[in-house]
Write a protein that binds this ligand. Sequence first.
Ligand SMILES: Cc1ncc(COP(=O)(O)O)c(C=O)c1O
Length: 441
Amino acid sequence: MLMNQLAVELNKTLEGTAAEQLLSDLGRRIYFPKGIIAQSAEAKKSAHRANATIGMACSGGKPLRLRVFAEQFPSFTENESVAYAPTAGVEKLRYLWQEQILRKNPALAEADISLPVIVPGLTAGISYTADLFLDAGQTILAGVPCWDNYSLIFEERRGAALKGIHFVNEGDTSVNAGGTSSGCIDLAAIEKAVNEEAAGGLVRLIINFPNNPTGYSPGVDEAAAISSILERAAKNGVKILVLCDDAYFGLFYEEATFKESLFGKLANLHRNILAVKIDGPTKEDYVWGLRLAAVTFGCKGMNEACYEALIKKMMGLVRSSVSCANTPSQYAFIKAHDNAGIEDEKRAYFEMLKERYLLVKKFIAQNKAPAFLKPLPFNSGYFMSFKTIGVSAEAIRRALLAEYGIGAIALGADYLRVAFASLETSQIEEVYGKLYALTPL
Ligand SMILES: Cc1ncc(COP(=O)(O)O)c(C=O)c1O
């Protein structure tokens, strides 16, 4: 199939960048058409007489809105509640989110990053980024264990191979302390996996800290060491794509933990490293169902035109799948962040989760784990995990559920994940006590 001229132009803009070499086949072909959306955006600015462009029913210059819907959104205008949102997201939200990324990641002070593209949730952001940069038969590196949805996104949807690296050093019994601040990342395993991939000239990697399911985030030195590993490969001419899945950003409970996104270190590190930050309010603002997230690009030396080309391609992916993210969610976020009380409320929730973390940490430190469970290091986020030894995680999960009515998650054959974030503090001692007392078959 002949490539659309707009895609040809976007690819030309990206010529010579790492992004150009990392694009998938779909990534090369995708573009944002000068169709209905672009033409109606133009009309919105200049059609002062009448606007007959967009597929919305209007009256008095506003979208029609049923009273019953108006009542559901009492503080929202028609445009904020029932109108379509722009493909890349409401502009005010895009600038607000970028400002927040810069504020939360001082390492980005020297970096030029793109404006975020708003997508309906981090899952969508990861999936679109995979569409853009990952072809069938290619490999993407990820920590083991990892969020189970990576397998659906990268392997089943994209036909790529998900190659696991043991990010957290499971073999070292000296780090079998459960809650811990740093020193548990298996840097040698990461370097080995990166170098093996680098032999083919391209490396694709997804990083997720605070991690789901282990709950581990690197210490300051470990974060620096990970970025040094990638920088060394980049200096050898390897083109590297790093997806930073920052779903649980901010939930860092220990002093020595690196409290920024690795995106901050990577976005301005080397021309051969293209970093993509996928983040959003899902967990940061406790709004799981709003379905709101952002995709932001960062690559040393990339100019505005290149970022715009990547944004246009991302918009093509949004337009061709969900068309745009949810409008009231975007305005709800903007309005909530206009409210001075939001940071105090978020801090109170953070303290609530930290208290649960500290209780789990205390339990693990004070109680010897049974032979079939090895607590993995954790210091952040929602979860902690056990490596199961000699018994399948599924058998333990079933026994816990059948004997005590307690639910946990079995991941693969030998990881058991406990979401302490969803337990009341009063339940923690009991849940872990029962788990430790279990006699699984
Ligand atoms: C590691 C990780 N990434 C992404 C997501 C998805 O976030 P969203 O609900 O915004 O799609 C989750 C949700 O559980 C997650 O654990």
